[in-house]
Design a protein around this ligand. Sequence first.
Ligand code: NAD
Length: 353
Amino acid sequence: MEAFTYDALPARVRFGAGTLGLLREEAERLGAKRVLVLSTPQQEDQARQAEALLGPLAAGRFAGATMHTPVEVTERALALAIELGADCVVAIGGGSTTGLGKAIALRTDLPQITVPTTYAGSEMTPILGQTEGGRKSTIRSLKVLPEVVIYDVDLTLGLPPALSATSGMNAIAHAAEALYARDRNPVISLMAEEGARAFARALPRIMDNPRDAQARSDALYGAWLCGACLGAVGMALHHKLCHVVGGSFDLPHAETHTIILPHAVAYNTPAAPEAMARLAAAIGAEDAASGLFALAGRIGAPRALRDLGMAEAGIDQAAREATENPYWNPRPIEPGPIRALIARAWAGEAPVA
Ligand code: NAD
């Protein structure tokens, strides 16, 4: 066994079907008396459902969460929290709503109950990405880590299949990079393998029947594990590429992750053979990169950046930005192969190690 360091993050997790019904009990357990419920405009009905379950503890709702956690949206939600005298926030939704809850907690230290409805995994991380004037910055602080996470499988039954596919691939990306992280450790590696395995099993079944409760349960379990990986160890080339490509060309988050993942894994395969063997076994493939590319195809997820609207002329810019200030990566960042990787991801070609 190699030497390692393992920092456990505090988390209280309630997992199951119908667990949103535990919301009031969990709020009371935190001593909350005036809860502000957060959602996107698209999920306001679920926010109303949360308010109804909270009963007299519900102080109000803010259904204005949006992508990339813009500071101006946070400020509006914060003003409402102050006006209402909120002593707790409930964030019900995907990574965007979770991000708003975290942004409020960063500024107020209010306790958070997060109810994830996608597989993004943000609820398990002490990381907040926010944007101001179009610029994104990332903060790492235990203040933003939710006190309680309620995973309710029922809330994910209606997650549209296309979003389920890309959100699931986004989660697998956290597990893949955790397996070869510089600060990897045996506990997180086990969670990464199990998380990737859960998704590889669940996603095709969800595509066949989006309301398959067992498959949805496996996927949400995978989301918890993969989110915990993202929160615990450092990410590498894949996350850097997604940050650069997604940020510079304003591409959607989960779709970008889905397309880049097989290519980033292929690039790192020669430098991390043991991690890749574990990942391949977890997803039931002979080779991790081609297995992930095949999985994306099987579940009908996008496989070409050009299909997201990125212009071919962007390949050179992305390659340049990806090689500036690179994250640590098991394989050195080489400009030529990185450009070739981005070009293949742009065109939707199969990954090449
Ligand atoms: P999202 O939260 O933007 O959700 C996408 C859309 O799907 C929204 O309209 C949302 O309301 C809707 N939706 C969510 N769940 C639904 C459901 N069950 N049924 C129907 N509609 C539903 O997307 P996301 O991929 O979950 O999150 C992406 C964001 O999260 C990005 O901004 C990303 O940077 C951030 N993120 C942060 C971390 C972190 O650790 N800080 C980790 C992962 C993702």
